[in-house]
Design a protein around this ligand. Structure first.
Ligand code: GTP
Ligand code: MN
Ligand code: MN
Length: 365
């Protein structure tokens, strides 16, 4: 939470999950500059530096007003030396030379181009850059070896890099709704990710499936995907089986961003459209993530899949550093008392953590 101290001095809780961060804020030029540097650091494999810029941007997003001088920042947590310099440059000149240099650099531009391919991460993009590849045409002409996922990503590159509108997300949600009603009546479909946080558009559609009777959801995903496929709604998919067992115990604390182990499907849908870029052919490719959670884990999955990514990272950091608890998308584990803390809602998870509840629309950190 944020309170004003002196007329122009802000005070702020140290963890992003202790703050309310709305979608729209007053410091867009500053956060954009910092997030460009965070992205660039990520492209260079400097995770620590990337996180530092992300943290600084996150603090600015939670400020209740526009920052006009560096002095107003005072001793705010999480804004380092380098970030302060960037902020000062943008406040004084409207731009920061370092950021402008990054944006124009061949490496940054190429890394951005390549990592926007579905299935291409920083490591692959970096290798291609080192091999001298610079364009999407280069990839084809030089016969670069691509996975099936990357081939699909390249084939639908333009569509997948066109923002998904909320209406399109809802339409896909209804299609999946229809499919689950055929396969397992009573299954609920929840729109998570950025759309649940109130974003008007996103890069994909994140859908969470669960059934009120424990165990009924097992094997659901493959039947749903087969049905959607039989209706020609799927252009690409690869699925992953559930590999989570509570008996195994929680993930080791401090481990890197652990992907969860739900039954899940990474897919590309074929969405019928009237207008927009795909209008001429009548359809558009849209990235869809389908995740199935057993009802007992649903609140954890919902919290984990609503994001933002930084909010999730901060929740886990708060849990482990401040509470000696391990939080992931399956469960919350109390290491001091050696027990799992069950929850039937997101509110209850915040209560276990001793955090004030932050609604989805305020998790845009
Ligand atoms: P846009 O899709 O760009 O609009 O933003 P978004 O916030 O929806 O991002 P994204 O779809 O990438 O992720 C949504 C949320 O799901 C984020 O909080 C991620 O941390 C989370 N997420 C994505 N992939 C995984 C995963 O494999 N495991 C877990 N546990 N969470 C994931
Ligand atoms: Mn998303
Ligand atoms: Mn997603």
């Amino acid at each position: 939470r944020v309170t004003t101290l002196a007329p122009h001095r802000w005070q702020m809780a140290p963890y992003a999950c202790q703050r309310r961060t709305p979608l729209l804020h007053s410091n867009q030029p500053l956060t954009e500059a910092l997030e460009t540097l965070a992205e660039e650091a990520g492209f260079s494999g400097s995770e620590g530096r990337s996180l530092a810029f992300t943290r600084a941007a996150s603090v600015l997003k939670a400020l209740p007003g526009r920052l006009s001088t560096l002095e107003e920042l005072g001793p705010l947590p999480g804004i380092g030396e380098h970030s302060r310099r960037v902020i000062q440059d943008v406040l004084e000149d409207g731009v920061c030379a370092e950021v402008e240099r990054v944006k124009l650099s061949e490496r940054y531009q190429t890394m951005k181009l390549f990592t926007k391919i579905f299935g291409v991460g920083v490591r692959t993009a970096s290798r291609w850059y080192q091999e001298g590849l610079r364009t999407l045409v280069d990839l084809q002409e030089r016969g670069t070896k691509l996975t099936r996922q990357q081939q699909a990503g390249l084939r639908h590159y333009d569509d997948l890099n066109t923002p998904v509108e909320r209406g399109e997300a809802e339409s896909i949600s209804r299609a999946v709704q229809g499919a689950v009603q055929r396969c397992l009546p009573g299954t609920s479909v929840t729109l998570a990710g950025g759309f649940r946080r109130g974003k008007p558009h996103g890069h994909d559609v994140d859908l969470l499936l669960t059934h009120p009777e424990a165990g009924r959801e097992a094997g659901l995903l493959s039947r749903v995907v087969s049905w959607l496929d039989s209706q020609d709604l799927i252009l690409y998919q690869h699925s992953q089986e559930n590999s989570y067992a509570l008996q195994e115990g929680p993930e080791p604390p401090g481990g890197r961003d652990v992907m969860d182990r739900f039954e899940r499907c990474f897919s590309i849908f074929r969405l019928e459209v009237q207008g927009g870029p795909g209008a001429a052919r009548g359809w558009k490719a849209v990235r869809v993530d389908l995740v199935v959670a057993p009802i007992s884990q649903f609140p954890f999955a919902l919290l984990g899949w609503t994001g933002s990514r930084h909010f999730e990272r901060e929740l886990r950091r708060f849990a482990s550093h401040e509470r000696k608890m391990v939080l992931n998308s399956h469960a919350l584990y109390d290491s001091r008392r050696n027990l799992f803390l069950p929850a039937v809602s997101e509110e209850e998870i915040f209560q276990h953590l001793g955090l004030e509840y932050v609604p989805p629309a305020q998790r845009n950190t």
